[in-house]
Design a protein around this ligand. Structure first.
Ligand code: R5P
Length: 295
């Protein structure tokens, strides 16, 4: 087995290779003056099981193209198998036709990968209307959960009796509630209404004893940040001591990080599925465990 890191994902790839005790290969990605990509394997892949690590953010479109081109090149160069490790799998949220004529992107993205790689490992893909990855992927897939890593982090850094965990919407209970239950922290889930991508409203359904507590909002993705921002505002109204935000995937579009801080979040923390200054929780070990079976 040999592991390659595509652009923006080299650090994670190097850690995965180290943890699997396999070679970290050289891979060059550059751009021609006209914006087209130039990719090159700097180590032989012939007869090897090739692992390509590439998170689909920032630039999900370029990222997907880079991954597909690299995978097909590896096969042309006679790799035995080509596996993709995609810590953040973009396009999973466009899982139905919301307005007539829209492209349902999730299965289209899956088709590209189905036709390019022999297996996929990803971290907490956004599964909502699509319940299982096998509904859109025909290649073997493995879904790594960041929950235990986040739970261990919270347990180490916060005091159970003075901390509350919040999920900002129903979908987030698969992260927030599960994490809170696993370390026996008190938790509640808010209700969210989304009017469009930049306008959301959250409602506190079950009140807790907020006063003087440290509150951690846990969600899978911070994209525009509006979900977290609205949740921060609701909690601040209730005189909590501090509000921190923790997410798996720090998409952080449109300056979301700064907006969250401005809204009053004390800390904004994330897992390292996407490279970002908020990264505080490392996932390479749990990802390596999933890749190990293919070794
Ligand atoms: C949606 O259901 C997800 O779990 C996140 O809550 C959502 O993607 C966050 O998006 P934004 O940061 O744009 O509000």
């Amino acid at each position: 087995m040999i592991v390659f890191g595509l652009s923006e994902s080299k650090k994670t790839a190097r850690r995965i290779a180290k943890s699997l005790k396999v070679k970290f290969g050289k891979f060059e990605s550059a751009k021609f003056p006209d914006g087209e990509m130039h990719l090159r394997f700097g180590d032989s892949v012939k007869g090897k099981k090739v692992v390509l690590v590439k998170s689909l953010n920032p630039e999900p479109n370029d990222g997907l193209m880079e991954l597909v081109f690299a995978a097909r090149t590896a096969k042309k160069l006679k790799a035995k198998k080509v596996y993709a490790v995609i810590p953040y799998l973009a396009y999973m949220r466009q899982d139905k036709m919301f307005k007539s004529g829209e492209c349902v992107s999730a299965p289209e993205m899956a088709k590209l990968l189905n036709n390019s790689v022999d297996g996929l490992v990803t971290v907490d893909p956004h599964l909502h209307r699509i319940k299982k990855l096998s509904e859109i992927f025909r290649i073997p897939t493995k879904r790594v959960s960041a929950d235990p890593s986040i739970a261990a982090y919270i347990k180490k850094k916060y005091n159970k009796d003075k901390t509350l965990i919040v999920g900002p919407d129903i979908e987030s209970s698969q992260w927030a509630k599960r994490i809170a239950d696993s370390i026996e922290f008190e938790s509640t889930i808010f209700l969210k209404e989304r009017f469009h991508s930049r306008k959301v409203k959250v409602r506190v359904e079950k009140e807790l004893d907020w006063k003087g507590k440290e509150v951690i909002i846990v969600d899978d993705i911070v994209s525009t940040g509006h979900t977290m921002i609205e949740a921060v505002k609701e909690i601040k109204k209730r005189k909590a001591k501090a509000v921190d935000c923790v997410c798996v995937h720090a998409v952080m579009a449109e300056n979301a990080y700064a907006k969250l801080k401005k809204a009053g979040a004390r800390k904004v923390l994330s897992c390292d599925s996407i490279k970002h200054k908020s990264n505080a929780i490392e996932l390479s070990k749990v990802i390596s465990e999933a890749v190990k079976d293919w070794k």
